[in-house]
Design a binder for this molecule. Structure first.
Ligand code: IMP
Ligand code: MG
Length: 186
């Protein structure tokens, strides 16, 4: 007897679809084509900010028609008072040097901008040839620190979103679309 039927993550009634799977895939094709044009002849290194950006990265690179390499960094923001300083803790650092590379930082979402600001600062100090950012989502209304994002997938309103790599308490990363959590207890 089945006693514990879980609602499907894909058809969760507490989620409202904000960006459909079809729409986001089309936009990623455009971003890939744009990056391909801009990075011809460069030493392109994509730096994925774990964990949220991993789904975006995997679709994006299949739309970039250039030789490229990948590296990964995992960070966590300090809570409490130090959060306003924009300091982040590096949980897993890059494997290789950035010297001479044309670095494209791949982020899931730019919210306050504090995380990205910190990362850009340390990447510049590591003697990269250039450092730019591609962010899947942008929530400009929440910005605390100004940050230059060269490529943006979608600008979204000030709502907490999940799916396509983004989590709520580690859940929902596997959704193929971006949704807004509607209930207090998703
Ligand atoms: P920032 O330093 O405030 O820009 O933080 C950006 C990070 O916060 C992102 O990389 C996400 O991990 C997380 N984040 C911000 N907004 C959301 C959201 O709406 N859903 C899920 N994660 C979010
Ligand atoms: Mg997160």
């Amino acid at each position: 007897m089945i006693t514990d039927i879980q609602p499907s993550e894909f058809n969760n009634p507490s989620l409202e679809i904000l960006i459909s799977a079809e729409k986001l895939q089309m936009r990623i094709q455009e971003l890939g084509a744009q990056i391909t044009r801009d990075y011809v002849g460069k030493d392109l290194l994509l730096v994925c900010v774990l964990k949220g950006a991993c789904i975006f990265l995997s679709d994006l690179i299949r739309n970039i028609d250039l030789p490229l390499s990948l590296d990964f960094i995992a960070v966590s923001s300090y809570g409490g008072a130090s959060k306003s300083s924009g300091e982040v803790r590096i949980l897993k650092d890059l494997d290789a040097s950035l010297k001479g590379k044309d670095v494209l930082v791949v982020e899931d979402i730019v919210d306050t901008g504090l995380t990205l600001n910190y990362l850009l600062d340390i990447f510049h100090r590591r003697e990269a040839n250039s450092v730019s950012v591609v962010a899947f989502l942008d929530k400009p209304s929440r910005r605390v620190r100004q940050v230059d994002v060269a490529y943006i997938g979608f600008e979204i309103p000030n709502a907490f979103v999940v799916g396509y790599g983004l989590d709520y308490a580690e859940r929902y990363r596997n959704l193929p679309f971006v949704g807004v959590v509607k209930t207090e207890n998703p």
